[in-house]
Design a protein around this ligand. Structure first.
Ligand code: HEC
Ligand code: HEC
Ligand code: HEC
Ligand code: HEC
Length: 154
């Protein structure tokens, strides 16, 4: 009996080991994604709750405005249920590089860092939206561009 349980447990653990890290197995898409990537040793900033579904349904963002392939070609025909690669699979460094450390690096070099790639994607659209609407970053209805408006206080 004991042996059976151990065997079953081992199989369970082994199957766990083979779950591909980073790529989602499709179908399941949370309406709100907790942006707490496990590749980071720790998060200095408050964890961002990203309203994935709202961005698609209410803010009318197309899949290809955020998801692209290995050549940066937008994945415009992605469907809920498709397998999606995590940003970290290509923007591999779990870090936000800035200040002195980032000096001299091109935009592209900086986007090897996960948080820089994410920030570029989110903030570029938010800035364009605010500009179009004539919003200042602190106005009600503005899309978030300041640290505090995305990262809640820890
Ligand atoms: C505004 C940006 C944005 C748009 C638009 C967007 N996504 Fe995403 N999506 C993300 C981000 C960011 C993640 C999290 C990825 C990560 O953590 O690496 C994600 C994750 C996913 C996941 C993984 C499942 C999960 O719950 O984490 C799937 C599947 C997915 N998106 C499909 C789609 C499809 C299909 C569309 C279009 C109908 C779409 N996305 C539109 C940004 C977006
Ligand atoms: C399959 C690999 C791959 C995945 C997955 C991936 N990227 Fe990229 N991304 C690239 C490549 C290659 C480039 C082009 C080099 C560059 O400009 O950094 C790029 C460019 C970008 C750019 C610059 C876009 C432009 O044209 O100005 C942003 C922003 C970005 N990625 C954000 C993201 C985000 C956010 C995710 C997850 C939702 C993501 N990437 C997922 C490979 C990937
Ligand atoms: C293609 C455009 C686009 C991209 C890319 C985008 N957003 Fe947004 N986002 C919007 C718009 C538009 C609003 C404001 C809508 C409004 O207030 O009517 C918004 C609002 C928000 C808000 C505040 C309202 C809410 O739904 O919580 C948060 C937080 C947010 N975005 C996070 C993110 C994050 C994180 C990313 C990157 C992973 C991202 N966004 C990428 C268009 C975008
Ligand atoms: C549009 C929303 C948004 C804005 C604005 C924003 N961030 Fe982020 N930031 C994110 C998301 C999403 C991540 C990815 C976290 C993850 O997936 O684990 C991130 C990651 C980070 C990380 C790496 C993870 C950590 O917590 O250590 C740092 C550091 C960071 N951001 C700092 C900042 C700073 C500083 C500012 C202001 C200059 C800022 N962010 C503005 C959304 C935002």
């Amino acid at each position: 009996m004991k042996v059976k349980i151990i065997a079953a447990f081992s199989i369970f653990m082994i199957s766990y080991l083979f779950v591909p890290v980073g790529s989602y197995a499709g179908t399941e898409v949370s309406d709100i994604i907790t942006m707490e990537n496990k590749a980071y040793k720790s998060h200095d900033k408050g964890i961002v709750l990203f309203t994935h579904k709202k961005h698609i349904d209410e803010y009318k963002a197309g899949c290809g405005e955020c998801h692209h392939d290995e050549n940066n070609k937008p994945l415009n025909n992605l469907k809920i249920g498709d397998d999606v690669q995590n940003c970290i699979e290509c923007h591999k460094e779990p870090e936000y590089i800035k200040g002195k450390a980032a000096k001299g690096l091109s935009k592209e070099d900086k986007r090897k860092y996960h948080a820089n790639a994410i920030h570029d994607n989110c903030k570029e659209c938010h800035r364009a939206f605010n500009k179009k609407k004539g919003f200042k970053s602190k106005d009600k209805g503005a899309a978030p561009t300041t640290c505090k408006s995305c990262h809640p206080k820890k």
